[in-house]
Design a binder for this molecule. Sequence first.
Ligand SMILES: Nc1ncnc2c1ncn2[C@@H]1O[C@H](COP(=O)(O)OP(=O)(O)OP(=O)(O)O)[C@@H](O)[C@H]1O
Ligand SMILES: [Mg+2]
Length: 259
Amino acid sequence: MSTPLIELKNIEKHFGSVIALNGVSISVYPGECHCLLGDNGAGKSTFIKTMAGVHQPTRGEIFMDGQQVVFNTARDAIEAGIATVYQDLAMIPLMSVTRNFWMGREPLRSVGPLKFIDFEMANRVTMEEMDRMGIHLREPSQAVGTLSGGERQTVAIARSVYFGAKILILDEPTSALGVRQTSNVLATIDKVRKKGIGVVFISHNVRHALAVGDRFTVLNRGQTLGTAKRGEIEAEELQDMMAGGKELAQLEGSLGGTV
Ligand SMILES: Nc1ncnc2c1ncn2[C@@H]1O[C@H](COP(=O)(O)OP(=O)(O)OP(=O)(O)O)[C@@H](O)[C@H]1O
Ligand SMILES: [Mg+2]
């Protein structure tokens, strides 16, 4: 394989006496969807925030294209091409799809000494980029709040891709969605991967992960339980690893059924 786009080695993160991450390593290759699975409190959000420069690791190293990097701030990571779509999305529901797409990066046009937002261009690009992701907007001036959850995720993803992300981190993009919207988002992830972007897909849901993932890393209590390739692992095994297999088997025994 080629050099990973990003590689994190032995990441530890302590919050006072709490050890949230205790030696986590993953790599992400161009065009790969790498799924990060783990139960509540496993350390998934802490890990991606470390990748995104929001947290600084207590120990461990980060490499991009084989070169060591240090992110002191979230801006450092964004400038290096790491885009993160958080679950709460950071969108303004009452503002238009176009305004949300461009937020803070609006294209300007000059009329004499004055500068105006070039809405004609902004609307056109927003429509084109959403089309590319398979969402055909009737009207880019419609409020983001009127879109479905899956469509809103797609706005956030399309925006990251348009602004040049090399690595796209998605924190549980499908957890609040119904079946059809979930498949839309999974199809979007597939399109993004085909552009050569490395996708890190965080999920609780083994079926969603298996539908698009190329590799799977399971986190449990701040540690990596291993990385498997597509085809090497089955849903049940992943589920067991996430839940800490034995505990679940015991519970199943005592309840006399399937959990
Ligand atoms: N800022 C913080 N200060 C102290 N402890 C923290 C902080 N952030 C996270 N932790 C702890 O680190 C551990 C991992 O939390 P994290 O949010 O990364 O888990 P997660 O896998 O994202 O869980 P979930 O699926 O519930 O979102 C938890 O025990 C949590 O309480
Ligand atoms: Mg989390």
